[in-house]
Design a protein around this ligand. Structure first.
Ligand code: SF4
Ligand code: FES
Length: 244
């Protein structure tokens, strides 16, 4: 869609109160939402806070809610999402109700299910705590060789960039902070199913009582049962079916 200015409605938070600010941005060809945020920060409001690093959909830092969808800002073309209608559940959690996002402005909010530090910057500690809890690393030494076939079995899980988008989209994580979440589960399975991993019993023992990680259900419990994808990152969409 061609337009002379693009409107960005951005949720702000200063540690005490939250509100929305609307900014007008002159579009450039192939402008990503992240570039628009830079332009706003450079030219209109230097206090706007957001996280980024690679600008190439690799680091996962720029995960946020864009037009009510969990997206990476650097991978989202602004011109492609102007005026889109998005049906979503909001707010997240047990009292979620359907909400339809309409209008021409691009709505930007922080990633749900995590505490907001400032504007679009969320505290990822709960997300990484769950990740660490499953011990996603090799225990001890041993043979590190794998067949190509075995590599393929875990490859899709190893592609996780820990962006947190799936955690921000997860209705179970919204109401249960103890729940490990899709990324931690994917990474638990990534090691459990790896032929070089020699502590499968230990992993089950450590995490057996944790929600979403039970006995031989590792990596399949909640995501499969609740019917939502493990990974919501578009570049990894093939992961969605990997849970089944
Ligand atoms: S599973 Fe996908 S959406 Fe979740 S953190 Fe990993 S890459 Fe991001
Ligand atoms: S800035 Fe790294 S994924 Fe967007």
């Amino acid at each position: 869609m061609k337009c002379r200015v693009m409107k960005f409605k951005i949720k702000r938070f200063d540690g005490e109160r939250s509100w929305f600010d609307t900014f007008e941005v002159k579009p450039k060809p192939h402008m990503s939402v992240l570039e628009a945020l830079f332009q706003i920060q450079d030219e209109q409001d230097g206090s706007l806070a957001f996280r980024y690093s690679c600008r190439g959909a690799v680091c996962g830092s720029c995960a946020m809610l864009i037009n009510k969808k969990q997206r990476l800002a650097c991978r989202t073309q602004a011109s492609e999402i102007i005026g889109e209608r998005v049906l979503t559940l909001s707010p997240y959690g047990p009292v979620a109700k359907p909400e339809l996002k309409t209008g021409e402005e691009i709505l930007i909010e922080p990633l749900p299910n995590l505490p907001v530090i400032k504007d679009l910057v969320v505290d990822l500690k709960p997300f990484f705590k769950h990740y660490e809890d499953v011990h996603p690393w090799f225990e001890g030494g041993g043979d590190m060789l794998m067949s190509q076939l075995d590599v393929r079995k875990v490859d899709k899980y190893a592609a996780c960039i820990l962006c947190g988008l799936c955690y921000g989209a997860c209705p179970v994580a919204a109401r249960d902070k103890d729940y490990l979440g899709p990324a931690a589960l994917a990474n638990a399975w990534r090691f459990y199913a790896d032929t070089r991993y020699n502590d499968t019993v230990g992993m089950l023992k450590r995490n057996g009582k944790r929600k979403g990680l039970r006995n031989r259900d590792v990596g399949m419990a909640a995501p499969a049962r609740h019917g939502y994808p493990a990974c919501v990152l578009p570049v990894h969409t093939y992961r969605v079916g990997a849970w089944n």
